[in-house]
Each structure stands twice: as C-alpha cells, then as structure tokens.
Design a protein around this ligand. Structure first.
Ligand code: SAH
Length: 420
C-alpha cells in the first residue's frame, strides 16, 4: 500500500462501541489508546494481560474471556485485531470488511484497512505519524516532533483564541544567555500572545517571536524609566483577562529578588490563572560564568544572597560563608564597610562580574579592603553580581597570590570572559 493511498483523519470515538480482538501486549496498548479517546471498549480473548484484566475489573472496559465470533462485530464502529494468530486476525478483518467496519489488522500491515499512527500529545496538540509502513521510523519521527514541540522549537501558539480567559506564566529566563532558560519556559514563550519583558534575561529570544506577538517592555531601557510594579501587575492581569496567554519573562529566577511572588499573588487575587517557572538565578550562575562556585569543598559550605548593606548585619561574616550581592553596585562601599565592621577580614577576596554571559562580560577581582576603589576606577556598573568570600580564589581570573591550593579543575563557563 502506498502512502498516498491513505486518508488521514481523526476519529471521534467518545462513547462509541469498539472491539479489540486479542489480549496480549499489542491489544493492551491499542485498548488503552481507544480508552484514552473515550471509546466503549470490548476486548475478546481467551487470555488477557494483567492490565487488561484490571481494566476489566475496574469497569473501564469489558473483557469477554473466550474466542472471537462474528457476532462480536455487531454494533461496533471500529475494530482492532491483534490476536497473534494471523488466521484469526484475517478472519476478523474479513468479517469487518464485509460489514464495512474499519479494522486495523496487527498481523498483516499490507492488507490492513486502517493503520495506527505513532502519536504524541503536547498540550492540546495531537500529532499522528505514518511513515511508509515502518513503525520504528514513525516512532522516531514522532519523538523528534514531540521534543521540538516541548522545547518550543515549533510554533505551538494558538491562532484561534478559546472563549475562556487567558493565563499568565512567570518565566525565569536565566541570566541572559538564550541557552539558560528552562525547556518549559521556552515552550511557554513560544505559545505566548503577549510577552512582558525585563531589561535583563534572554533578550535574544524576543527576536524569535512571531511578528504578531506583542512585546511590552517594562524594564528600564536607556532613556526610559521602568514601569512601576503596580502597573506591571495590572498589565499582566488586563492582558490575561482579554484572553491572552501572557508570559512575564524575567531575568534569573522569578522568586529571587524579582518580585515574582507579588506578581503571582496579584494575578490570583484577580482570578487569573498563573504558573511560575523557575529559572537559573544570576546569584549562582553569574559567579559561575567567572569560574566561581558559590560553595566549594574546603572553602565554603553555604551562601547568602542579599541586595546590600542593610541585610548584611544578619549574614555570617566569615570568609567560608559566601555572600552574593545582587543590585549591589551603588552600595558597594557601604556593604564592604558593613562586612568589615562585622569582622570579615579585609583581605577576603571579592569578585565582581558585570554583564554575566553577555558579550561584554567583565570580571574584576580584589579584596574587601580594595574592591570599592577598584570598582570606581574601572567604572563598574549594573548589572553586576558581587561575590565575597574564599570561593573567589577558585576563579581563573583571581591573581596568582589568591590561590591557596590548586583549583585548576575549575574553568569558567565562557572562554570569552575578560578580566581586569
Ligand atoms: N531575579 C533575578 C535577580 C533580579 S535583581 C535573578 O534571579 O537573577 C537584578 C540583579 O540581578 C542585577 O542588579 C544584578 O545584580 C543581577 N543580574 C541579573 N542578571 C545579570 C547578569 N547577566 N550579569 C550580572 N548581573 C546580573
């Protein structure tokens, strides 16, 4: 049978009687597929798998423990035969043909009146593939298409809006590199009607959006003030209530100093469905871009993430407890003084990573005593992550005298990193 001779269609079997002849693993798989589609399944077979038996016991299908007879076809819309005995399958297929009932014959693919495609479901999209009578080839293709759908490589976005309301997804976009968003985040981005974007995060991905996807910029861009938080909350809710799928694309992780909690709460309070997709936080990944692990055997067992000097009195002031400062550039001098005041030695290493993972990434390394002057001298600017503690010694950008052991196994994530 040539592939052009098949006519792909989708049967709506909900509530309709169908017959499965056979009780082995193939019959079981087909019976489950038919049940998933809501069909009223009868299985005829002297012996059935445990799963078929328990589906029968729980009333989800009906198993007749006996041989097939022609009258089993009475009233059914569709039949699958998979007895493992080709004489029986041929008989079932011939009886079905005589009664003009579509039949899939598992033992004779060529003669079969209907074929079962390889199927995958991603959200509300169901794909079905027939591949020239080669089931493994069909499965391989099915898997590849399913993966591409799941990762957002294929345009999963709806063009007809359902009557119901839209939704909001707070998606952590990671520190800026397009490869550091989660698979789920990328997929939701591909389905978005509206994207509410920050200044930080994987901005390159915005260029891949379809031309009719609306991008609302709420972060501070040169010459533009950031949109106030309450206004952002309102935009999310208003767009969702219009029926749009809204992605709030955020830098790093939505729940790490990103006000994601407030946005989620506001959506829920206003009856808007909201999903939060974690992201790779800059607090951990941006140090890594400079080869700095926030914990390291023998150097630090824990870390704190804070924004500046006010919280620093609560943080352990020891070189073996890593302190990560976000949004900390303006207050760097005060923060360094606060840590020194709490007893952190002035020769504790400090690393500053600006524009982590971006083409203009820059690493500046100094000590608690020297870093504020160094930062001023080279003009350190946001966005930057500041890391304080012995772990900075591990960075390949640390000066040689910082090395108290051989940490050469550590390499930065990006070879293009420049150091000062
Ligand atoms: N929710 C975000 C943090 C938002 S606060 C997260 O989890 O990463 C914004 C701060 O994050 C910036 O001031 C800077 O300190 C840091 N930051 C985010 N992306 C960065 C990047 N690519 N390079 C350096 N710092 C970054």
């Amino acid at each position: 049978m040539a592939i052009q001779d098949i006519y792909p269609t989708a049967l709506r079997l909900l509530g309709r009687p169908v017959l499965v002849v056979g009780g082995g693993p193939v019959a079981e798989r087909r019976a489950k597929g038919l049940l998933d589609a809501g069909a009223k399944v009868t299985v005829v077979a002297p012996i059935a798998t445990e799963t078929l038996q328990s589906l029968d016991a729980s009333g989800l299908l009906s198993w007749e423990a006996r041989e097939y007879r022609t009258s089993d076809l009475d009233g059914v819309w569709f039949v699958q035969t998979a007895t493992g005995t080709s004489a029986v399958d041929t008989q079932v297929a011939a009886d079905a043909e005589a009664q003009r009932i579509w039949c899939v014959n598992a033992s004779d693919h060529e003669a079969s009146a209907a074929w079962t495609p390889a199927v995958a479901v991603v959200d509300d999209v169901k794909i079905a593939i027939n591949a020239g009578g080669d089931p493994r080839r069909a499965m391989a293709l099915r898997n590849a298409v399913a993966t591409a759908l799941e990762t957002g490589d294929l345009p999963l976005r709806r063009h007809r809006k359902p009557g119901a309301g839209g939704s909001v997804a707070l998606v952590g976009g990671g520190p800026g590199d397009s490869g550091l968003i989660t698979v789920r985040g990328r997929r939701l981005l591909g389905q978005a009607d509206v994207v509410v974007a920050d200044r930080l995060g994987p901005r390159e991905l915005l260029k891949e959006l379809a031309p009719d996807v609306r991008v609302i910029e709420v972060g501070k861009t040169p010459g533009h003030h950031p949109v106030p938080q309450l206004e952002i909350n309102r935009i999310l809710v208003d767009e969702a209530l219009k029926g749009n799928r809204v992605v709030r694309l955020k830098g790093g992780d939505p729940y790490v100093l990103g006000r994601g909690g407030e946005e989620a709460e506001f959506c829920r309070q206003n009856g808007v469905e909201v999903e939060v997709v974690s992201g790779v936080t800059s607090a951990i990944s941006v140090p890594a871009a400079a080869g700095i692990p926030v914990t390291h055997r023998g150097l630090a067992k824990g870390f704190s993430v804070v924004t500046g000097h006010e919280e620093l009195s609560e943080v352990p002031a020891r070189p073996d407890h890593t302190v990560v400062l976000l949004m900390g550039v303006a207050q760097l001098r005060d923060s360094a003084a606060a840590l020194a005041g709490s007893g952190l030695p002035l020769d504790t290493p400090v690393g500053i990573v600006e524009n982590g993972y971006l083409p203009d990434q820059r690493v500046t390394i100094g000590t608690l005593g020297s870093i504020a002057d160094q930062a001023e001298a080279v003009g350190v600017a946001n966005p930057a992550v500041i890391v304080i503690g012995d772990v900075v010694r591990v960075s390949p950008f640390a000066p040689q005298h910082f090395k108290t052991a051989d940490y050469s196994t550590i390499t930065p994530n990006r070879p293009r990193v420049r150091s000062n």
